[in-house]
Design a protein. Structure first.
Length: 315
């Protein structure tokens, strides 16, 4: 069966769209038998896109919008068909560049200057989600914020003015007050792009996507989105050790985790991995060396460093 909105496409165009979806993926005949065009149309529910991009195909598969049926002449179970299509789409994604988004939360803090210097030295794009209140903690924090703002390789985004004073349950219990906290930060810093990350919440609200991890922050995220913001969470986090002020996760381990997310297309968007760190992880020379070593490995891997305002890069 074929599902289609009335008036979108002629039957001929639908058939071609259905064929192109699969034929370009190098799926063997064993997946679908030797079905003819009319058999494929009859036996497969396909969501038709105005622009059937690679990302759109992956997303429809991920959301189970493709319904496979078993050909009685060449029986292959639905699970196998789905796996073969998924593997084929992965191979297509691997023909395209892979995009990494280095994001640093909570600056300006003691490690911010090192992050700014690394971006300049390596000539890579980084993303700073800043807390306005921190820039009022002294002349050096204000200096660090200005370094970020003046560096074309650093994109500065909204992470709220107070960070809820780290009492996040209370912060999000009043969504209007939390929203105004973000607006205060916006008035102070004059961001170039309306991009935000909610303190302590891995929430995504952008375009037609909405993913909420903890429900109490959803009203704040929705208010920001209505105001024109895109809200981004993260795929992989390099966790901070609260005692040492740095991380106890080796570079090799976190690098392998990023690669696994990228290769398996298990990030929020395939071929796009958002990587979360915090500015105060890099206040010491040892922490700075870890970051430098990680960036070198990502460069050697051929990843492209991107700004969050351009997320996601699609094909």
């Amino acid at each position: 069966m074929l599902k289609i909105n009335e008036g979108l496409l002629t039957l001929c165009a639908i058939t071609l769209a259905s064929l192109s979806f699969f034929s370009c993926q190098n799926i063997s005949n064993s997946a679908f038998g030797s079905q003819k065009i009319d058999s494929i149309v009859e036996n497969l529910e396909v969501i038709i896109f105005d622009k059937p991009t690679l990302h759109a195909k992956w997303d429809s598969l991920r959301k189970n919008q493709l319904k496979f049926t078993v050909d009685s002449l060449n029986p292959v179970d639905k699970k196998t068909q789905k796996r073969r299509l998924k593997d084929s789409l992965r191979r297509e994604f691997d023909k395209h560049p892979k995009h990494i988004y280095l994001t640093f939360d909570d600056g300006p803090l003691v490690g911010s200057r090192a992050i700014d210097s690394l971006a300049r030295a390596k000539k890579i794009k980084v993303n700073a989600f800043v807390v306005g209140r921190h820039s009022a903690m002294g002349k050096y924090r204000l200096r660090d914020l200005n370094l970020y703002i003046e560096n074309p390789l650093v994109a500065v985004y909204n992470h709220s003015y107070t960070h809820g004073y780290n009492r996040l349950q209370t912060f999000y219990s009043n969504s209007q007050k939390a929203f105004q906290d973000f607006k205060k930060n916006e008035e102070l810093i004059k961001f170039d792009s309306k991009v935000a990350r909610l303190p302590g919440r891995n929430i995504w609200v952008y375009d037609n996507e909405r993913k909420i991890d903890i429900q109490n922050a959803a009203p704040t995220a929705d208010s920001l989105f209505k105001d024109g913001y895109k809200i981004f969470g993260w795929d992989v986090e390099w966790r901070l050790n609260s005692v040492s002020g740095t991380t106890n996760v080796p570079v090799e381990s976190i690098f392998n985790k990023i690669v696994n997310f990228m290769d398996n297309k298990s990030s929020k968007e395939p071929n796009n991995v958002v990587f979360l760190m915090h500015d105060d992880m890099f206040q010491t020379r040892s922490g700075q060396k870890l970051l430098n070593d990680l960036v070198d490995k990502l460069i050697a891997k051929g990843y492209k460093f991107e700004f969050m305002e351009d997320y996601p890069v699609k094909y």
